[in-house]
Write a protein of this length. Structure first.
Length: 591
């Protein structure tokens, strides 16, 4: 995000009082949103005199920008700007020499300009963001403003500062204003709080992440484990019953209120919260015995109200494959086939090492032999099981009926868990029955039926039965491992309070190259809330409410944040730090 100035009087100012400095540097990202066709100032630095100042401003045409040294009457780094495009600007001064760097978002390199014979020292009295000493206001946006004093930064250091809001160099940092919100805080720790900004708004910022570096504190990867729900507390209370005397005595209704904490259990396929059901509290009430005498006071005896509270029962979804206890078995939504059942394998196609059909993106080469290589994307996986139903003659009809009931056609777009065990490894997926056949011939009366069932898996990946997890503290990185041969989509839980959560994954390829994937949100996850990032379904929600619109310009789409095969380092960071750790859940994936 970035601060957006759209009118005169919205600029920020700060009295720096840093005295005369011969070495200083300033970096920022800036954008002209609307070409006013007049001089517009992005920032100005120096004394209140225009003759002792540096500025980054446009010419009177509104789009030709440069860094101006007013005392030396020098203009450096001139370039034409395009309204609506973000540009990185940095200036470093070392005595009478200096350098200006600029780079448009999407450029492949920096534009570098230098000067000599400039102003020998600048009085760092005031900083203005969005105008020049109160005039020539900017109709545009500003972000990631960083100021250093008393040190000569190198060109390489300032180039590195372009890639994150967070300063990479903290030595000699005099002020740092991320400007991801319309606020005045100096995050450098120097306490140089801004003034002004009234009426300034926010909009999408430059295409950079909050943090680019990787301060790593590696923690062990968790081992796969079965989930065990914790003890569930069920407090209750029983008020005393009341009896009113009269013609007829009726005991009042006895209320048995109770409360049940809703546990979250990570197990099953897919991962689903388990909600405890209603607890019934049966009770019995004996009829009161009342004797009334003329001219006598009637007092009802104490009424005993025995009751019982059954122990709460929690049903945990069965993890796909829990019922597979030997090689050559398959389970579809709990219906087991294969060895040890009435439905042994004759042949299984499309599972394990079989590759699904591919959508081949190759196109014929127009001027040479062969084709131009294109992307190859797997189609749905088709798994076909050929079996022979075997049962005693008096049980064969029931065995066929069980086959029918256990392999129903899908209703709507549902897909159900499918687990396959060829030898020792169990693979899981989700699919729907698309074919089922058991031709009846004369062998049916002998207890033998040849049968075929076919499933289609819209996601062609087969996954590990084990659900892996990693916990990543704020500001740390953890190495995770996908033992499969295909990228997998993790599930991420981000608990609050957390401001501006960002996750960066780095996958190192076999040739030494790396792939960086960033997912970053400009939102506040409040205490007690959890942001659920689900790349499988391309969603990001808090309490069922979508938060996808809060993705920053530096972020991938939710569905593109994946874990590649092999090792990946995941780093978690928030803008203010100190947030609770995130949890990442994933399964190994194969094609």
């Amino acid at each position: 995000m970035a601060v957006r100035f759209s009118a005169d009087g919205q600029a920020y100012t700060r009295a720096l009082s840093l005295g005369v400095q011969t070495q200083w540097a300033l970096a920022c990202w800036a954008k002209i949103s609307v070409d006013r066709n007049v001089t517009s100032t992005i920032w100005s630095l120096g004394s209140n005199s225009v003759f002792d100042a540096f500025t980054l401003e446009t010419d009177s045409d509104g789009t030709t920008a440069a860094v101006l040294d007013y005392e030396a009457e020098q203009e450096t780094g001139t370039r034409a700007l395009t309204a609506g495009t973000w540009y990185y600007w940095a200036v470093l001064v070392n005595g009478t020499s200096g350098t200006v760097l600029s780079r448009a978002a999407g450029d492949s390199s920096f534009t570098v300009s230098t000067w000599t014979g400039g102003n020998a020292g600048l009085t760092l009295t005031n900083l203005y963001l969005g105008n020049r000493f109160g005039s020539d206001w900017l109709n545009g946006a500003l972000a990631a403003v960083k100021l250093w004093s008393g040190a000569a930064l190198s060109q390489a250091e300032l180039e590195a500062e372009a890639w994150s809001y967070l300063p990479r160099r903290t030595a000699n940092l005099a002020a740092w204003y991320p400007l991801t919100r319309a606020e005045t805080v100096d995050y450098s720790g120097a306490g140089r709080t801004l003034s002004g900004g009234s009426g300034a708004a926010t909009e999408d910022g430059p295409p950079i992440p909050w943090r680019q570096g990787r301060p790593r504190r590696l923690t062990p990867l968790s081992v796969p484990a079965e989930a065990t729900p914790g003890t569930i507390a069920a407090p209750w209370s029983m008020p005393a019953p009341g009896v009113a005397t009269g013609v007829t005595e009726h005991p009042s209704v006895i209320a048995a209120p109770w409360a049940m904490l809703a546990p979250e259990v990570f197990t099953g396929d897919p991962v689903t919260p388990v909600e405890a059901g209603l607890l019934s509290a049966p009770w019995s009430m004996p009829s009161p015995s009342v004797q009334a005498f003329k001219n006598a006071t009637v007092a009802a005896p104490l009424i005993a109200a025995p009751w019982s509270m059954p122990a709460p029962a929690v049903s945990v979804p069965v993890n796909a494959g829990d019922d597979l206890d030997g090689p050559g078995q398959l389970s579809f939504n709990g219906f087991k086939l294969g060895s040890g059942t009435r439905y042994p394998f004759i042949q299984l196609d499309g599972a394990s090492v079989d590759l699904p059909a591919l959508d081949n993106g190759n196109v014929p080469h127009p001027t040479a032999d062969g084709s131009i290589s294109g992307q190859k994307l797997p189609q749905s996986r088709i798994i076909t099981l050929t079996t022979r139903i075997r049962a005693p003659r008096d049980q064969i009809e029931q065995a066929a009926l069980d086959f029918l009931n256990g392999l129903p056609a899908a209703e709507a777009d549902e897909e159900l868990p499918l687990a396959i065990r060829i030898m020792d490894t169990i693979y899981v997926g989700r699919g729907a029955v698309i074919r089922r056949a058991a031709p009846i011939d004369k062998r049916f009366r002998l207890g033998r039926v040849e049968a075929v069932v076919q499933w289609e898996l819209s996601d062609p990946r087969l996954y590990s039965r084990a659900l892996h997890s990693a916990t990543i503290p704020d500001g740390s990185a953890v190495d995770v491992f996908n033992a499969g041969n295909r990228k997998t989509r993790p599930l991420v839980r981000v608990p609050g309070p957390a401001h501006g959560p960002s996750l960066t994954s780095e996958q190192i390829l076999g040739d030494g190259r790396s792939i960086l994937r960033v997912i970053e949100f400009d939102l506040e996850v409040a205490a007690g809330e959890t942001l659920i990032i689900d790349p499988e379904h391309n969603t990001a929600t808090i309490g069922g409410s979508s938060k996808v619109r809060y993705l920053t310009g530096a972020s991938l789409a939710v569905g593109s944040w994946v874990l590649g095969r092999g090792a990946t380092t995941i780093e978690y960071a928030t803008q203010e730090g100190g947030a609770p750790p995130v949890t990442v859940l994933w399964r190994d994936a194969w094609i």
